[in-house]
Design a protein around this ligand. Structure first.
Ligand SMILES: Nc1ncnc2c1ncn2[C@@H]1O[C@H](COP(=O)(O)OP(=O)(O)OP(=O)(O)O)[C@@H](O)[C@H]1O
Ligand SMILES: [Mg+2]
Length: 504
């Protein structure tokens, strides 16, 4: 192997509004290797790779490729050197088709003339279909990006970067939305990339993945480089300790099932033809029920329908024994159902508004009624959540939320919904992008809410998470329930089999 690293970033410094976000950070990436970049939410990972991609300019430092110094003023410069990004935030053109988004920047043309009339649309569609095939995906190249689910969009992003002739591919949390079989597929692709001598820089908060794919690990903490080690020298515990600066206890949830009280939420034979069918489930007060299904199994539409955001064809919903006629989210909220949507970063966030306003949005009316005391109450309330979920921000809770790191944005938005004061809380992917320590904080909060009598229904693609927090787990396959497990005795293998439609 070539001893000269393919990529070297040396002594990088970067501040935002006078706050040091990267302080003397260095990193190397080698051809044919996966370097895992780790750190808590807000540690500076995305900032570092955005500098590598020419999105941000560093204040000082050096980047070289094969020993030759490079200067990236914009993403185009980085791309010209074979650097490709799969971003945490999605970048796509909503009105264009999947095929067009995939081929953006290098549309196949006829005769080589540039212009819309020369684009070879048939060839483009065929190429796009072929590329989607690498991940074994059934995504129609003709559908518009805006009509895809969040997960499907994420996958299109991945496919897009894979099809470029990249020498360095950076993946910022590519698996946050993926279930185990899709993760496996992505790992195979990463293996192929390694064989083709591509350098992969990989960021993830699913720490078990580190030991599957990484050769080396670089850890950042509070904008500083903490360690770079070969994977053989690390254990899960030591990785966490490097990230957090102290040992973190893994989450131990109450294994005792809540009393067999009457169910708070009762869903009866709920059906939306072609999406989910004949789904019956109950959630009791104090109970956390997890739903696990592979991509596109109907778990997300199911929760959206329970919340009234999507229509149903048949079936009933009961809350505390009372039939609830839910035709809109307002109806659901009136019936006492709170909801954390999957696309909260698209719909759930007010980007220009402060962190404080984003947290208090759902509670605004109640706080407003407090009149004179409003400001004080609002401050206390925000402070409580900032502490409970360890939301970190450089400029305090008055900065616009878009300046927060990806994981900290997620935590702030989640705080808003946890405050909703509901009888039933439905959460989709509660810890997307959230680091190991803050995950435990969120699990603790959910458990606390359950102990106070809330009925909790959680959809997650992260099987470890489902196993860690649910008292009871339901599996969904092609829109139908295929299994019910008590957490204490469920295994990952059983869940996966049931989610793949295999009956035991
Ligand atoms: N454009 C920006 N303006 C102001 N501050 C920013 C900006 N981008 C990032 N920051 C700040 O820089 C710090 C590091 O953020 P960064 O996004 O690099 O973290 P991260 O390690 O990627 O975290 P996460 O795991 O949550 O994605 C954070 O404190 C964040 O608030
Ligand atoms: Mg990030």
């Amino acid at each position: 192997m070539n001893s000269l690293p393919l990529l070297e970033m040396k002594q990088i410094h970067k501040s935002f509004f006078g706050v040091k976000v990267l302080d003397d950070v260095s990193l190397t990436a080698r051809a044919g290797e996966v370097l895992e970049l780790l750190g808590e939410n807000g540690a500076g990972k995305s900032t570092l790779i955005k500098i590598l991609n020419g999105d941000y300019q560093m204040d000082s430092g050096e980047i070289s490729i094969e020993g030759e110094r490079v200067i990236f003023r914009e993403p185009y410069d980085a791309e010209a050197k074979g650097i490709h990004m799969i971003y945490q935030e999605q970048h796509y053109v909503p009105e264009l088709s999947v095929a067009e988004n995939l081929m953006l920047g290098n549309l196949p043309t006829r005769g080589g003339l540039i212009g819309r009339w020369t684009v070879d649309w048939n060839r483009m569609r065929a190429l796009a279909a072929e590329r989607l095939q690498v991940l074994n995906l059934k995504i129609d190249p003709d559908s518009k990006m805006k009509d895809l689910t969040v997960v499907e969009r994420q996958i299109v992003e991945i496919v897009k970067a894979l099809s470029a002739e990249a020498r360095i591919i950076v993946m910022d949390e590519p698996t946050a939305a993926l279930t185990p079989p899709e993760v496996e597929r992505l790992f195979q692709i990463i293996e192929d990339l390694k064989q083709r001598n591509v350098a992969v820089i990989y960021i993830s908060h699913r720490l078990d993945e580190v030991f599957r794919i990484a050769q080396r690990v670089t850890v950042l903490r509070d904008g500083r480089h903490v360690a770079t080690r070969p994977i053989e020298e690390l254990t899960l515990a030591s990785v966490v300790e490097l990230m957090v600066g102290r040992a973190v206890e893994s989450h131990h949830s109450e294994t005792t099932m809540p009393d067999a009280s009457a169910p708070v939420l009762e869903v009866n034979r709920l059906t939306r033809y072609g999406v989910f069918e004949d789904v019956s489930l109950t959630v009791r007060a104090g109970e956390i029920v997890g739903i696990f299904g592979l991509m596109g199994s109907g778990q997300i539409p199911l929760t959206q329908s329970i919340f009234g955001a999507e229509p149903v064809d048949e079936g009933t919903i009961t809350v505390n024994g009372q039939a609830a006629a839910i035709r809109s989210p307002q109806d659901a909220q009136r019936a006492g159902i709170g909801f954390v949507p999957i696309d909260r970063k698209v719909n759930g966030i007010v980007k220009g508004q402060s962190v404080r306003n984003n947290i208090t949005l759902s509670n605004w009316r109640e706080l407003a009624q407090a009149g004179f005391f409003r400001q004080k109450r609002e401050k206390e309330h925000v402070q409580r959540w900032v502490e409970a979920l360890a939301i970190r921000m450089a400029g305090g809770s008055e900065v616009p939320i878009r300046f927060l790191s990806g994981g900290n944005q997620q935590k702030a938005i989640l705080a808003r919904w946890l405050e909703a004061d509901a009888k039933v809380l439905i959460l989709n992917e509660p810890t997307w992008g959230v680091d190991v320590g803050a995950r435990a904080d969120i699990y603790d909060q959910l458990e606390k809410l359950a102990q106070q009598g809330l009925a909790v229904l959680v959809v997650s693609s992260d099987i470890q998470e489902i196993l860690a927090i649910s008292h009871r787990i339901l599996t969904l396959y092609r829109g139908r329930l295929t299994g019910e497990f008590v957490r204490a005795s469920a295994t990952q293998e059983q869940l996966l089999a049931a989610a793949a439609g295999k009956t035991a």
